[in-house]
Design a protein around this ligand. Structure first.
Ligand SMILES: Nc1ncnc2c1ncn2[C@@H]1O[C@H](COP(=O)(O)OP(=O)(O)OP(=O)(O)O)[C@@H](O)[C@H]1O
Length: 229
């Protein structure tokens, strides 16, 4: 469960003496319930990525609170947020963010290494995850040797391998053709139904937006609900 309360954020640009303030989010409040898929749409520059980066802890809010599964993450320091992130949040990015010098297996295994898990458990979990997304036979392929859809499946496996209750996705299908996009959306629906994973997804794409149980629009830094209701 994610609760966002009265969140406001702006960016300062320019040099000292000539600073401009760009207000991005204005008093945003919303909740994402456990087991819910919420999609966020909005024009380019409306603040979608900023909102996701705030929820992910990559940037800190100027005002307001973010509570994830009972923890007020907006007041955690960087080290504590990093620890929280690795246990509670999985990420899917448009650009996959795979490490090119690591094989599919090594990319998926990485979060478990960071968690300090033993090698034998890592092996079991990584293989199980790759099998689940149908990529076990590609385990020794490097990202550059996989199709876009396969790379996105590796990136989803890496997000899922730590069993996160929540997945945050930034334009997850942005680099995929329409057939692969459909496969990925079906997979997200399946993960949500079978494992109860909560998804917060930002997108430009109406097909992706419609996967949400609820869709929220960001407009001029404020939220509007039910755009596709
Ligand atoms: N680090 C930053 N420094 C200064 N301004 C920023 C920074 N990051 C974002 N902005 C500004 O904040 C506004 C919102 O950007 P954001 O990336 O959140 O929008 P978006 O809705 O995700 O856009 P898109 O759909 O094009 O990815 C934009 O005007 C952008 O220029």
């Amino acid at each position: 469960m994610i609760t966002i309360r009265n969140l406001s954020h702006d960016f300062e640009i320019g040099k000292k003496g000539n600073k401009t303030i760009i207000p991005v989010l204005k008093d945003v409040s919303l909740t994402v319930g456990e087991g819910e898929i919420v999609t966020i749409v909005g024009r380019s520059g409306s603040g979608k990525s900023t909102l996701l980066n705030l929820v992910s802890g990559f940037i800190r809010p100027k005002q307001g609170e973010i509570i994830i599964n009972g923890t007020t993450v907006s007041s955690l320091n960087e080290a504590k947020f990093a620890d929280f992130r690795i246990k509670h949040l999985g990420f899917i990015f448009q650009s996959f963010q795979l490490i090119p010098s690591m094989t599919a297996y090594e990319n998926v295994e990485l979060p478990l290494v960071l968690q300090g898990m033993s090698e034998s458990r890592r092996k079991q979990k990584t293989e199980e995850m790759l099998a689940k997304v149908g990529l076990l036979e590609y385990r020794d392929h490097y990202p550059g040797e996989l199709s876009g859809g396969q790379q996105q499946r590796v990136s989803i496996s890496r997000a899922l391998v730590v069993n996160p209750p929540i997945i945050l996705a930034d334009e997850p299908t942005g680099s995929l053709d329409s057939e692969t996009e459909k496969e990925l959306l079906d997979f997200i629906i399946q993960l949500n139904k079978e494992l109860g994973i909560t998804f917060l997804i930002i997108t430009h794409d109406e097909h992706v937006a419609r996967v949400g149980h609820r869709t929220i629009e960001l407009r001029d830094g404020r939220v509007f609900e039910g755009v596709y209701a």
